[in-house]
Design a protein around this ligand. Structure first.
Ligand SMILES: [Fe+2]
Ligand SMILES: [Fe+2]
Length: 128
């Protein structure tokens, strides 16, 4: 069961960033599945580590993309990325991932943040 779905409404029209965002959403869904169906802590920690890796890689690629275009909003955009990484670090550090309700709640906060960020900040950053 997906927690997030990529739709063309999220498209920035930049193929590499769109592909990254789709993969991020897939990875978020993988973490959600592990939370629901495979809560052995190893599986869930591994899914979270994959998400953390992918978020780090994506943010670096997106910031490099903005930097190459001398984007005036890069510093603020980078701060938004840091805020998401802080939230994700909180989830990764949760000692008791078996608290399903709390971990799903945090993942939903991350999901809302990420989709809102793509639809607004990333869209503004990639606009003309
Ligand atoms: Fe992005
Ligand atoms: Fe971004």
């Amino acid at each position: 069961m997906p927690i997030a779905i990529w739709t063309p409404a999220l498209s920035l029209g930049v193929d590499s960033l769109d592909a990254d965002h789709q993969k991020l959403i897939d990875t978020l869904n993988m973490v959600f599945d592990a939370m629901l169906f495979d809560r052995s802590s190893a599986a869930l920690h591994s899914a979270l580590a994959t998400l953390d890796d992918y978020v780090t890689g994506h943010f670096a690629r997106e910031e490099a993309w903005m930097q190459a275009r001398d984007h005036p909003d890069l510093a603020r955009h980078r701060q938004e990325h840091e805020a998401l990484r802080d939230q994700l670090a909180l989830l990764c550090a949760m000692s008791d991932l078996s608290d399903q309700e709390r971990s799903v709640e945090l993942l939903m906060v991350l999901r809302d943040w990420l989709l809102g960020h793509i639809a607004h900040s990333d869209r503004d950053a990639s606009g003309p």
